[in-house]
Design a protein around this ligand. Structure first.
Ligand SMILES: Cc1cc2nc3c(=O)[nH]c(=O)nc-3n(C[C@H](O)[C@H](O)[C@H](O)COP(=O)(O)OP(=O)(O)OC[C@H]3O[C@@H](n4cnc5c(N)ncnc54)[C@H](O)[C@@H]3O)c2cc1C
Length: 606
């Protein structure tokens, strides 16, 4: 914040406008997945911003992000569908207990249509570069739109590109030599028919767990390359699921056949639609169960020990008698949470991530006669298939890599901040050894740049959407301050991050994620730093909620005098009363003396 030389205190003129009249704010968001749409909705409907423009540039030809892109067979939410909605936008019409990808995509598309958000979205538009212009206090943004390079600008840039959007091929020698059909789960080609084909799936992460049972049913033979051991958990919300299944069995006299899935009846959906309180209680039961799981991630806690016993029993039961080798090779020997073992391999296939996958039919599929499980390293891939480390060649027609994503530490586009500092260089060269992100949201040297639930955000606990929502609200509170206090820039200081990181590192010493394992929470580095929040989902929400701690930010004003936003000594109501379209009658009276009330509740002066 600059100071004024007393000799300079002349020529100041009061602005002829009301107190805190919002300055024009242009916001660009990268992405129109759950995050971009949430931001657009909250800006318009919850915070009711005025005098602003928002453009969500989206590289795909449709909205929905993860759920637009992931079309592999069996792609589904691995937490109960009724817990995977925006917290304020329930969906009474979910068909199944765990919603499948296409229905989730429909949910987000329906949300965008219902709230008229599509005018804020520009499709087929990939942001390639953003550069901070110090003088103007804006980012200049390059975009490739329908193949053409265009430019735009904004006061505030929000990165809503998610942290699981950059899918990756495994680093296995010879991958390019394969002459059959090569696929990645996150880039699925729906025209490929695997019926009666020899198929291999590489990976034991969530996508593999969902794909394998589907492919196994149709393929002539399935080879599952499963280098890593993995926990398959009982379903999140499993108790509620069991109640649902029992109800169905009682009423229909037969069991619903799918192991960990339930199909809602029309009557249940009607009740959810017509009785929102009943629906809310049902959602609370599921969300509460997901939040209760957190105790499991505290090292040596009773819950962690019990979870291990339970999961071990359940995996043994589901694999069944006579598959002792598979049990020995698949069931981990350490507590659930830190999911993949130390490995000295350079192949980077699918260290399982945050998702606790109910694994509907996965273990059952692995023991079918048309399945071979391979627990060796892969030596190399060749023209006809895969050669494993024991020298066995597996000839196949289709190779499916369920090998996950590059963790997004930096945005998928170049960002230059103050003094042309590159975000990539700043993170790479920082002595701490990695990204510097304040509350998963803001970054020193990159004013007015925000990330939604970024590095060290809540990636590991509960469901993603409440954390996305709270981050959007945090960002919009910053935007509101930029507008009302007439700020040029808001830039987080380094010290609050340094101290936050000290706290996070110390906290993780007692978390199960800290075990000497390899996971994407540690950017796949055994013994690496944990890039996730130090606490539960609720703990993250409590930290992010409410007024941002602006004392952690450097503030620069647009005008020389920091009080210029005080304007002409009047508030909006005093200026606009009597003008067309403004409040009249009782509404106006209330605005003229908002502090008069019957109890000591909060009030606002407009
Ligand atoms: C297979 C799968 C299953 C999952 N299941 C669950 C689950 O059960 N529960 C849960 O809580 N979470 C789950 N997740 C996490 C999920 O990603 C989040 O719940 C949520 O969808 C993230 O939304 P987002 O908008 O932040 O990111 P995304 O959905 O990834 O959207 C990012 C958007 O940014 C766009 N984009 C990227 N780069 C650019 C660019 N340069 N310019 C313009 N646009 C760009 C992308 O096209 C995309 O549309 C799952 C993730 C995957 C991959």
């Amino acid at each position: 914040m600059g100071s004024i030389d007393p000799a300079d205190l002349q020529g100041y003129q009061v602005k002829q406008e009301w107190h805190s009249k919002p300055t024009y704010l242009r916001v660009i968001a990268a992405g129109a997945g759950a995050t971009g749409l949430c931001l657009a909705y909250k800006m318009k409907e919850k915070f009711k911003f005025e005098n602003y423009d928002l453009v969500c540039y989206e590289k795909n030809s449709g909205v929905g992000g993860t759920w637009f892109e992931n079309r592999y067979p069996g792609c589904a939410c691995d937490i109960p569908a009724h817990a995977y909605t925006y917290s304020f936008e329930p969906n009474p019409d979910w068909s199944t207990f765990y919603a499948y990808g296409p229905e989730i995509r429909q949910y987000f598309e329906g949300f965008a249509k219902k709230h008229d958000l599509l005018p804020y979205v520009k499709l087929n538009s990939r942001i390639t570069r953003a550069v901070w212009d110090e003088q103007q206090g804006i980012y200049k943004v390059d975009i490739i739109r329908d193949g053409q390079r265009i430019q735009d600008w904004c006061h505030v840039l929000v990165n809503g590109t998610g942290f699981l959007n950059d899918w990756k091929w495994p680093k296995i020698p010879g991958l390019a030599d394969f002459k059959g059909t090569l696929m990645h789960t996150a880039n699925w080609d729906t025209s490929v028919d695997y019926t009666n084909k020899r198929v291999a799936v590489i990976g034991t992460g969530s996508s593999a767990i969902q794909t394998v049972p589907q492919v196994q049913k149709a393929a002539q033979h399935l080879t599952a390359f499963m280098r890593s051991v993995t926990w398959i958990s009982p379903p999140v919300g499993g108790e509620v699921l069991q109640v649902e299944k029992q109800k169905a069995e009682d009423s229909q006299g037969k069991a619903q056949s799918v192991a960990a899935q339930y199909y809602y009846t029309e009557e249940e959906k009607k009740k959810f639609r017509e009785d929102p309180q009943h629906h809310l209680k049902y959602r609370q039961g599921l969300e509460g169960a997901a939040n209760m799981l957190f105790d499991m991630f505290i090292a040596d806690s009773e819950t962690s020990k019990n979870a291990e016993v339970l999961m071990r029993q359940e995996m043994n039961r589901r694999i069944g008698e006579g598959h002792e080798e598979l049990k020995a090779k698949l069931i981990p020997s350490w507590p659930p949470g830190c999911k993949s073992p130390i490995s000295n391999t350079t192949n980077n296939f699918n260290p399982p991530g945050r998702r606790i996958t109910p694994g509907d039919g996965y273990l059952e599929a692995l023991v079918q006669p048309n399945v071979t499980t391979v627990h060796q390293e892969i030596e190399r891939i060749n023209e006809t298939g895969v050669l494993d480390a024991s020298g066995v060649q597996h000839d196949i027609d289709i190779l499916i890599c369920a090998t996950g994503f590059n963790l997004a530490f930096t945005p998928p586009f170049e960002v230059l901040g103050r003094n042309s500092l590159s975000m990539h260089d700043f993170f790479t060269n920082h002595p701490y050894g990695g990204p510097q992100m304040y509350l998963a949201t803001t970054i020193p040297h990159f004013p007015n740049f925000f990330v939604v639930n970024g590095v060290r955000g809540n990636w590991a606990s509960g469901t993603a959407l409440p954390s996305i929502e709270i981050c959007c609200e945090y960002i919009l509170r910053c935007c509101a301050k930029i507008q009302s206090d007439h700020l040029k820039s808001l830039e987080v200081k380094q010290e609050p991050i340094t101290q936050l990181y000290e706290h996070i590192d110390a906290w993780h010493e007692g978390s199960v994620w800290n075990a000497p394992c390899k996971s994407w929470y540690k950017n796949n580095i055994v013994g690496g730093k944990l890039w996730i929040w130090a606490g539960s989902a609720l703990h993250f929400l409590k930290t992010m909620k409410g007024e941002p701690r602006f004392e952690h930010y450097e503030i620069e004003y647009k005008e020389r005098n920091m009080w210029s936003f005080l304007g002409n000594g009047r508030v909006k109501t005093e200026v606009l009363k009597g003008t067309e379209g403004y409040a009249t009658g009782q509404e106006l009276l209330e605005k003229l003396c908002p502090y008069l009330r019957n109890e000591d509740c909060d009030f606002e002066v407009e």
